[in-house]
Design a protein. Sequence first.
Length: 441
Amino acid sequence: MRTSGSQRSGADGAPPSLDTAMRLIMAATADRLHDRAAGDHVAGRLTSLLPWPRVAHAAVATVLRTQVERLWAVGWQPADLYQVARRQADELVAGLVAVAVAEATAQHPAATTHPRWLAQLRQLDVHDGWSGGSPYPAQWADRHGFTTDALLAATVDALTVALRLPSLPTILPPPGETRSDTGGADAADGGGAATVDEKVLGRVRALLAKAESTTFPDEAEALSAKAQELMSRYAIEQALAQSAVPPGLRPPGSAPGSVASARRIWLDAPYLSAKTLLVAEVGSANHCRTISSEKLGFVTVLGADVDLDVVEVLTTSLLVQATRAMLANGSRPSRLGTSRTRSFRHSFLLAYATRIGERLRDTAERTEAAAGSALVPLFAERSRAVDELAGTLFPGAVRRRSFSAGNSDGWGAGRSAADRAVLSAEHRALGFHDHPDMTRS
């Protein structure tokens, strides 16, 4: 909890203007950008604001809104801003950023905000019950036990992260730009494309939660088989239903296979490259293409919305299972007594991802054979749409990523763990087997 310093309740003279307060905050941020260790100097710049908390709170609200709206314009979404703040600062700063995004979003009519944008805010569980009596930073600070100087320090931390961020491809329109004629669709958000029904996803997630928590392999396998059956059957049924609708009866933007979307999956360190490969393997088995931004910590997945839902659910479960199996192997000393744990775990996860890809593709061949040839034109059309979207969002992403595993014990253990893994959505794998890597720093 940031509680450094004390807040003065009174002051002589006139309060600083809002513009002056904002300049002081930005100047302190510039000092921090120049020298991360300049804590005392940064705090000194902000001292003159401490006797005037209302001015300070209003300035915080304004500078944060300015920065989040600037980042919206260059491709950043609510979940992205929260995740990057959590990684580059801490959870409290990430929470402040999430509140700032929610407050800025509230300035726009809900009808002009994309549903997926609003869904991300709901997932962040941002408190929106601020009263109108004071700026939201004051209420947020009170809730966390922050004094004014601590709030200003958190704001400088948030701005320091924000000002270092690069532009990203825009995959969702920011608030105020949703078009009513397409339901908020743009080239990357999928428009009217179908997604997995929430009831189905809820049942699958419940089964996976039990599979991930049980210590009995047979029980986990039974639970995973049921989850796999639900997702595979649903995906195939949806694809067949789409292909059966005459073109003239389809709503705008919902022609089978013609719509591709993009989503970002954030990954936690360590072993980001190996985790990126796991996402790529799951994505390729579900008609999706992946673009890695490893330096920032996420992978962009491109595909039909139904396939993206499957990739998200399956990747989340497999990462949990892989981490649990990896840690169960314990530390690995060398014959000379030095630690080889890091190389073991890196190789373990690479092997795990590779073997998972093999299992998914093998299952996909059997699933597609059972479904017959009716889905072939649909999948071909989806592949073309994904290619087109990748060319639009990542025109330079053409190189392939290679991985090397330097620990044979880890490689063997990883493949064995992948053979035991619960696959919740093993199904069709017609699509991309190349995984372009594009690191944005």
